[in-house]
Write a protein that binds this ligand. Structure first.
Ligand code: SF4
Ligand code: SF4
Length: 109
């Protein structure tokens, strides 16, 4: 994860929970992403307070953590980031990149 101070979206529990990537057609058929989703849900259910899982285990919040680690996504499908409250809160339509963070990397100012 790039932590050089240009991180626009913080990697925090509230953003992981609001992320819509788990419902996105780009990764709906990805066994890698679906397995991570199941695992990360269990990990988070057993965590206390504001603890967060290792970003490598979370198939989402790519606007914060950067490109997907899974290689079986379908980028020709439609990104649904613009339906996400994180996207709205951090005004990501004006960031670079502004969508498909799983392919294009994290949002920057
Ligand atoms: S903007 Fe996209 S990558 Fe970022 S939290 Fe929302 S759905 Fe996930
Ligand atoms: S960043 Fe966009 S395209 Fe990628 S999984 Fe999330 S919602 Fe889908």
């Amino acid at each position: 994860m790039d932590n050089d101070g240009s991180l626009k979206v913080p990697y925090i529990k509230g953003n992981i929970e609001r992320c819509m990537c788990s419902e996105c057609p780009v990764q709906a058929d990805s066994k890698c992403a679906q397995d991570k989703l199941e695992r990360s849900k269990k990990i988070m259910a057993n965590m206390s307070g504001d603890d967060v899982p290792d970003p490598k285990e979370v198939p989402g919040v790519y606007c914060s953590t950067g490109k997907a680690r899974c290689s079986d996504l379908k980028p020709d499908e439609k990104c649904i980031c613009n339906t996400c409250d994180v996207w709205k809160e951090y005004d990501l339509k004006n960031s670079t990149p502004s969508m498909y963070f799983c392919q294009n990397g994290q949002a920057k100012e």
